[in-house]
Design a protein around this ligand. Sequence first.
Ligand code: SF4
Length: 476
Amino acid sequence: MTTSLFDLYKIGIGPSSSHTMGPMRAACRFARDLAEHGLLDRVERVRAELFGSLALTGLGHATDRAVLLGLAGHEPASIDPALIEPAVVQIRWSRCIYLAGKRPIAFEEGRDLIFQRELMFPPGARMQHPNGLRLAAFDEGGAILDERTFFSTGGGFIVEDAAAGPNENQPAPVSPEAVIPFPFRSAAELLAVAHAHELSMSQLMLENECALVPRNAARAPVEAVREGIDRIWNVMQACVARGMAAEGILPGGLNVRRRAHRLAERLREKEAGGLRGDPLAPLDWVTVYAMAVNEENAAGGRVVTAPTNGSAGVVPAVAHYYDRFIPDSDHEGIVRFFLTSAAIGILYKENASISGAEVGCQGEVGVACSMAAAGLTSALGGSNGQIEHAAEIAMEHNLGMTCDPIGGLVQIPCIERNAMGAAKAVQASRIALNEAEAHKVSLDQVIHTMYLTGLDMQSRYKETSQAGLALNVIAC
Ligand code: SF4
């Protein structure tokens, strides 16, 4: 395994990791590489073509805006969400992009940004993934200076087509001297290695993450990893707070009203009115936290992929549940939560998929649910076996879940679905913690089943908005 916790949990912007963050990263890399290779001054025109799911749901997922911003040299992790709208308006109004933030070129969206809705894959590409993006730069005479094909494989990860250049399939920036002390390729291996070295899953992950910290880092590896986790947790908490404070209608034209604010107010009123004794109130708060994050995501705000943007609410909601409602919860529990949930997310990323366009929503909210169930079980002091069991239960009951967002927007069913995923994660953890460790279905079996189920799923149920709710509910 080479995926890091910090590859899964990436700070970025909404509304989609595969349709917004991935394309923005690809376009930014393309533009910056033109500059780095000394080609920028010769570029007169750039063309971006979107294929498959990117073409079919790209408008609802803001892929067009992401490509414009990426070509202008912006990265999802660093761009200020408040500056996105003015930057896009400026590009559209002036019909000009400062390529890589440096060279102004004319850019006509109908001509230079093309949605290839009839083509599932970029012609001639070796790889076949439904989130293809091809970028080309031309000189004054129309000759191609550079042409590259990327695939956005979920969670903000991008892979360059093998035919066109080096493959970024293994995303972690592993330094050559880094030796991961406890590698694992499956849940069975993870459990066996942890058992052999008498480590908890979170201890094992901490050792592995420490090995990925560059040797010349200013901080000691343990401190660097813990600080990174704190940064992610802080961004998640800020996202929940913003989502609970904001009101109004979400962008995109579906007229979906934000609900987290009102729900939170209602819960506070109930608590103030003496209804503190409602035993299920914590689950209502889990709903509020998850919806707050996904409403922020739908509004294009700052979120953390967990493991994707569409499923970004599940993990923070369950972490907030632990933080607020579990007596004696502490920061060490939060650290265990993130380390352990990342170990489970890595298993899905490396053995299956976390892309809704590839395997449906079971790969997004399903994986998030599994990660959160494992994280909570670890935070609550569960054994490695109980963690594996919780992760397995959580995915088992998301198998077959399709992706059919109405209007191609990450709003319906996505926002509520995160609340349901978070509640299911809490339940999965409770089942695992209350049982003996032996169980019939293993996490490896359920991960494999999820992947095969995803491959069998008709493509119209995989982030194309051509079936399911997207077909049967009128988007207006
Ligand atoms: S339905 Fe699930 S996979 Fe599809 S966009 Fe919504 S959250 Fe993502």
